[in-house]
Design a protein around this ligand. Structure first.
Ligand code: PLP
Length: 321
């Protein structure tokens, strides 16, 4: 089943609390370990902190910024030898910096071997999975314990709207359910209703389902697919322009609608270009760093972005670089 929450940070936090709770008899929280790639979003480390989990290991990534499974294995062995307890691993499908994709199926095999909870953070890229052609990027997803994505990122739903799915609701409800007399009622006790208060931290919640429902009703699955596909096509075309120009270099694959590139003159030139683009007032790009290299992220995902906007961005880049 699934539940709507405020943010991916909340969903991941909830998943980590479940991971901790189900191993509570095996170790103290301080001795528990959660694994992520060194490209994972900071919300996972924050979730560990809020949940009181002692260790959040950032495992090295490969040349495409995806989690390196052999490094994951060796880190787990090292932690077990040190008397720590691995409790969860979080795979990223679409990292924040470059939309890198961790190998979900391989990570799941390791998770199962060590009885770890396996959560997938697809906060941004989850929307693309409405289109069948992107689903191979999360191959193995049917094996994981929980999965989250944000319709408020790329699916035309206003902030805030996150969804969390769990393969089995029992551990989540076991963790979150506390039933004082004032929360008891016949409908709940007879099983006639699902009590989402037991699926997340807050008791009450906003009616976020309504705006999600309206988007689905208004566009239909085909409408959402064509919206995603048009952005991915615009990103592909933009990336081809970058690739064809000696002044620039792509620094990562672009499986979705985010293109990451550098100025070949180096980090200073890249930062200057980003600042000049943003100063134009017409576009907003995010400069970021990977390793010791500054790069520019072009994210094509706003509801009303069209080809003319991306053409204009390219004209600016061409003029200002
Ligand atoms: C991959 C990823 N995970 C998690 C988050 C956090 O999302 P939220 O703001 O919904 O907590 C982000 C936000 O950019 C993200 O890119």
């Amino acid at each position: 089943g699934g539940v709507i929450q405020m943010s991916a940070s909340d969903a991941t936090h909830a998943a980590l609390v479940v991971a901790r709770h189900r191993r509570r008899d095996d170790a103290s929280a301080e001795d528990m370990v959660v694994y992520v790639s060194d490209q994972a979003h900071s919300s996972i480390e924050k979730g560990c902190t809020v949940a009181g989990i002692g260790h959040c290991r950032k495992v090295a990534t490969d040349s495409e910024f995806a989690l390196d499974v052999s490094r994951l294995e060796s880190q787990i062995v090292e932690d077990l030898d040190a008397g720590l307890l691995p409790i969860a691993v979080v795979s990223a499908v679409g990292t924040t910096a470059t939309t890198a994709v961790d190998p979900v199926r391989k990570i799941d095999a390791i998770a199962k071997r060590h009885a770890m909870w396996h959560h997938v953070d697809a906060a941004y890229a989850g929307t693309a999975m409405v289109c069948p052609e992107f689903r191979s990027l999360q191959d193995g997803v049917e094996l994981v314990d929980s999965y989250t994505f944000n319709p408020h990122k790329w699916m035309m739903v206003n902030f805030d709207c996150n969804v969390l799915w769990v393969a089995d609701r029992t551990p989540l409800i076991d963790t979150m359910s506390i039933l004082p007399p004032y929360l008891r009622n016949e409908a709940s006790e007879s099983g006639a209703v699902i009590d989402y208060r037991d699926w997340h931290v807050p008791l009450g919640r906003r009616f976020r389902a309504l705006k999600l429902w309206w988007v689905i009703r208004s566009y239909g699955v085909e409408g959402i697919r064509s919206f995603v596909r048009s952005h991915v096509q615009l990103a592909d075309d933009f990336a081809s322009r970058i690739e064809a120009d000696d002044r620039f270099e792509l620094i990562a694959p672009h499986p979705f609608a985010l293109v990451s590139f550098v100025h070949t003159d180096g980090s200073d030139a890249t930062r200057e270009l980003a600042a000049a683009l943003n100063d134009s007032g017409d576009v907003a790009v995010t400069p970021s760093v990977i390793g010791d290299r500054w790069f520019i992220r072009v994210s094509i995902g706003q509801t009303y972005t069209e080809r003319s906007h991306v053409d204009h961005l390219w004209e600016l880049i061409d003029r200002l670089a």
